[in-house]
Design a protein around this ligand. Structure first.
Ligand code: COA
Length: 424
């Protein structure tokens, strides 16, 4: 038994935000039926292709454990099949541009008429308001959600982060909304609309920066490096480089080999509780009780000097040696891991966070498995479906169409050319 066994998801998602959500639901055991335009499919199948004529990693890594049906939702027969899918499924998930579902004739009112128990879950760029009609991609969301203005160095421009907090982050938010709505449906018997706006999702993840915005009204942000450097604060939460967000001074520091290895760095936190251990480990025992160094407020205007000294020490060690030495002393540090190192990490493979899959077109590839582990609902990662791979199977086994029905539907072209041939 999987946690979401028996839940059927009508997956109308594409690109990244929606697919990350439905992939999680599939990993938890839901039957995810991905609806794709005949002959075209999710645009990411052909984006950033590394192997000719094979689905891209962009697609394969976001669509594991799903079934694919080709279906033209703007064709009359396609609409007939889609209506049957809405009747059969529990949740419709979509991340079309605003209004696309209404234009198709499957807006919220229509869905409710067909299946009042259906949950309709959407990712949109913005919530209701002046920007609600805008199309939005990852970096737009990072900028509009407050992340970019607070990322980067004080003397540099705003920066976006490589972590896809706008797309994958919002997909996660949506997944939580869906299972919550499924839980509420147990009591009410009714479906509801679930909306996760990318701007809202990013802002939720940048919450501490809105905290700091309000703290600014009551004085400077003392834990920011710029305070110790005597640089005045402006009106808005500033960019804080690699300062840690929680009030304990932290920096990214060079380690042995940094001259040639762009990732020979460690994150190092001079946590107040282990200050004496830090002093011992870097060979500055005199700082433990020295005037101007002994307490966290004393040290605020000396952070550059202190971290320079720590770095003199970290540069004599590899990032892994720093970890090995500091961990037993309770000094929080973290190696800057490259994607190459992560891909080869035996520990991540052992837990299923990194998995290997076989794909008929592209062969073996690695992917990120389910990051959430349920003890009674283990995840088996299966490769992503080929375009329309399960069209017939879904028409017959999910929707109960007869041979004649399948042939009639295929004849119209509403479910793709290949399927039409197969039915004949
Ligand atoms: N059969 C027939 N038509 C289909 C179809 C199918 N199976 N699937 C999609 N289409 C149609 C849609 O109905 C729409 O037609 P319309 O514009 O005539 O109404 C069209 O394909 C394009 O859909 P759209 O969502 O507008 O795609 P896009 O490539 O123009 O825009 C996004 C892409 C991501 C910008 C946009 O979908 C969006 O803003 N989504 C919400 C926010 C989001 O998720 N962004 C992050 C993506 S990772």
């Amino acid at each position: 038994m999987k946690a979401l066994e028996g839940v059927k998801i009508l997956d109308f998602t594409h690109v990244q935000s929606g697919p990350t959500c439905t992939q999680l639901l599939a990993w938890f055991g839901a039957d995810v039926i991905k609806v794709e335009r005949p002959g075209v499919g999710d645009a990411t199948r052909k984006q950033l292709q590394d192997v000719p004529d094979a689905d891209s990693l962009y697609f394969t890594m976001l669509n594991h454990n799903k079934r694919s049906i080709e279906l033209n939702s703007k064709d009359e027969t396609g609409k007939e099949v889609l209506t049957r899918l809405v009747q059969e499924c529990d949740v419709l998930v979509e991340n079309f541009a605003p209004g696309a579902l209404d234009r198709m004739g499957f807006g919220w009112d229509a869905i409710q008429k067909i299946n009042p128990r259906m949950i309709m879950a959407s990712v949109k760029g913005f919530g209701p308001g002046k920007y609600e009609d805008c199309k939005v991609y990852e970096n737009v969301a990072q900028c509009a959600g407050g992340s970019a203005s607070t990322t980067g160095f004080l003397d540099g421009p705003p920066l976006v982060t490589g972590a896809q907090i706008g797309d994958s982050g919002t997909g996660l938010h949506l997944a939580l909304g869906i299972v919550t709505a499924l839980f509420q449906r147990e009591t009410t018997g009714k479906g509801q609309k679930v909306l996760a706006a990318m701007q809202d999702g990013v802002l939720n993840l940048a919450r501490v920066k809105l905290r700091d915005q309000q703290r600014l009204d009551h004085g400077p942000l003392k834990e920011y490096s710029q305070f110790g450097e005597g640089i005045p604060f402006g009106e808005a939460t500033p960019r804080a480089g690699n300062d840690s967000g929680g009030g304990q001074p932290g920096r990214i520091l060079k380690c042995k080999g940094w001259e040639t290895d762009p990732n020979a760095y460690t994150y190092f936190i001079t946590q107040a509780a282990v200050w004496k251990n830090v002093c011992d480990v870097i060979g500055r025992p005199e700082w433990k009780d020295a005037e101007g160094y002994a307490t966290p407020p004393d040290r605020l205007d000396k952070l550059n000097e202190i971290f320079d000294a720590v770095e003199q020490w970290t540069m004599t060690k590899t990032k892994f040696e720093v970890m090995d030495i500091c961990n037993p002393l309770n000094i929080p540090v973290g190696p800057i891991l490259s994607m190459k190192e992560i891909a080869e990490d035996d520990g991540l493979r052992a837990t299923g966070t990194i998995v290997e899959c076989d794909h008929p077109e592209r062969g073996r590839y690695i992917s990120v498995g389910c990051p959430i582990k349920l003890s009674d609902s283990p995840v088996e990662v299966e490769r992503s479906p080929l375009l329309g791979e399960h069209t017939e199977e879904i028409l017959r086994s999910v929707l109960g169409y007869s041979d004649e029905d399948v042939a009639r539907i295929a004849e119209t072209g509403a479910v793709g050319e290949v399927r039409k041939e197969a039915a004949e």
